[in-house]
Ligand binder design. Structure first.
Ligand code: NIG
Ligand code: FE
Length: 412
């Protein structure tokens, strides 16, 4: 049995199998076919072309008519913290009343607040809540997602988070990658003895993660008041020994050498980049590391937006991700991320959509499986409502232009 989507006004995001990401000017185009069909078999993309080339549809095949509608590959959200115990709306109000994100963190709010709540929350509750969040982002067009630990900050709670993510991998329709972020903040009880916490990460957490195969990547929040570049290197080197590639938080508030630390340790991606020097940009340009930008975080915290246009003009690839978390970005809506990238970073719709699909897939080592319309890739895609141009997606910010979500070849 085959699954046909017919009369598609425009089938978008067609790429050859060997494209792992798009950079610089390559990001200016969304390869597409007008008046197209797309055929799925089981969970994979089987064939596509113009309606004039459509094969004879057999009895028993399923057909959806997509007249006036467009098809896109699903969003690939390569940076989230969507397993958490509770929202932090009190801190949101504190910020409205004048406190900064850093000031809230320094008085015990922020990541430490989330860690305190997570320690008191059962694995089952964390799992059920996160599964609901995954279902929500699935309906908003996300087809692959990275999820970090980092609200545990103790051996027991970090492992609890990673086990939750492992369970989500089997329970969800989404393709999920796991990142270990034990070095998200120094816990209160190690404030005056940070070395002991770093040793705990290296000597106790990492061996257990390796033994139970609990992570794909490793992350560190390399930032003033969090982890120094030297500490970051120490942790990333220990992660590399058990096969975990780095995807790290850098340059969110200050440029302290986090990018260079990531590059030196062969990071798959360096994420945030709201504050960048010209040297930072030149250094990334020499690497295969993806620059991952998180505009919803800038929006929510009222901090600068990463210099997306400058990076693309230097012939770099960039990825866009949500950063879904209870503190700096309580939203996993990739449609809004794409809108913000156009409205605030002045990316064209084509650049933003490429950044949120194939380049996001690369930042999770998934570009052989998702991120484009390619024969043999996973049938993770969405059909829009009737629209006239791809610009409708970012233009109609806050509205949902997605009508039908297909994951693993089935309507979700
Ligand atoms: O990516 N910056 C570090 N981590 C998260 C926020 C964590 C939190 O506030 O809970 C981020 O913005
Ligand atoms: Fe983050």
């Amino acid at each position: 049995m085959l699954f046909y989507i017919t009369n598609i006004k425009q089938l978008n995001g067609i790429l050859p199998q060997d494209t792992s990401f798009l950079k610089g000017e390559e990001m200016n185009t969304i390869t597409h076919i007008k008046d197209a069909f797309l055929c799925l078999k089981d969970d994979l993309i089987y064939s596509f072309g113009t309606m004039s080339e459509i094969p004879t549809i057999k009895k028993g095949d399923v057909v959806i008519d997509a007249s006036n509608k467009m098809v896109f590959p699903s969003w690939c959200d390569s940076h989230t913290h969507l397993v958490f115990a509770a929202p932090r709306q009190e801190e949101f109000v504190d910020r409205i009343n004048g406190l900064s994100y850093e000031e809230i963190a320094l008085k015990g709010g922020g990541i430490l607040n989330s860690a305190k709540k997570l320690a008191e929350t059962s694995e089952d509750k964390l799992f059920n809540d996160a599964l609901i969040r995954l279902k929500e982002i699935e309906q908003l067009g996300t087809g692959a997602v990275e999820i970090k630990s980092g609200y545990g900050l103790s051996l027991e709670a970090e492992i609890k988070m990673l086990k939750v993510i492992q369970r989500l991998k089997s329970a969800s329709n989404l393709l999920i990658k796991t990142t270990f972020l034990g070095a998200h903040a120094i816990p209160e009880k190690f404030k005056t003895d940070r070395t002991t916490y770093i040793n705990l990460i290296i000597e106790e957490m990492l061996p257990l993660i390796k033994k139970n195969n609990l992570a794909d990547f490793i992350d560190v929040f390399c930032e003033t008041n969090y982890f120094t570049p030297q500490e970051t290197t120490q942790i990333l080197e220990a992660g590399a020994k058990i096969g975990l590639k780095p995807k790290i938080h850098v340059n969110q508030f200050t440029s302290i050498g986090g990018i260079q630390t990531g590059l030196k340790n062969n990071a798959l991606s360096v994420d945030h980049l709201e504050v960048m020097t010209d040297k930072d940009i030149l250094d990334i340009a020499k690497s295969k590391t993806m620059a991952t930008l998180l505009p919803s975080c800038s929006f929510f915290l009222s901090i600068p937006y990463a210099p997306a246009k400058k990076l693309i003009n230097k012939n770099l690839p960039i990825a866009l991700a949500s950063d879904y978390n209870p503190g700096s970005t309580p939203s996993g809506n990739m449609n809004f991320v794409i809108s913000l990238a156009c409205i605030k970073m002045r990316l064209t719709p084509e650049q933003a959509i490429n950044a949120g699909t194939i380049n996001g897939a690369y930042a999770m080592e998934l570009s052989d499986k998702v991120g484009s319309i390619t024969v043999g890739k996973k049938a993770n895609l969405f059909i829009t409502k009737p629209i006239n141009s791809i610009a409708m997606l970012p233009y109609s910010f806050g509205n949902n232009q997605i009508e039908t979500v297909i994951l693993n070849g089935k309507i979700s």
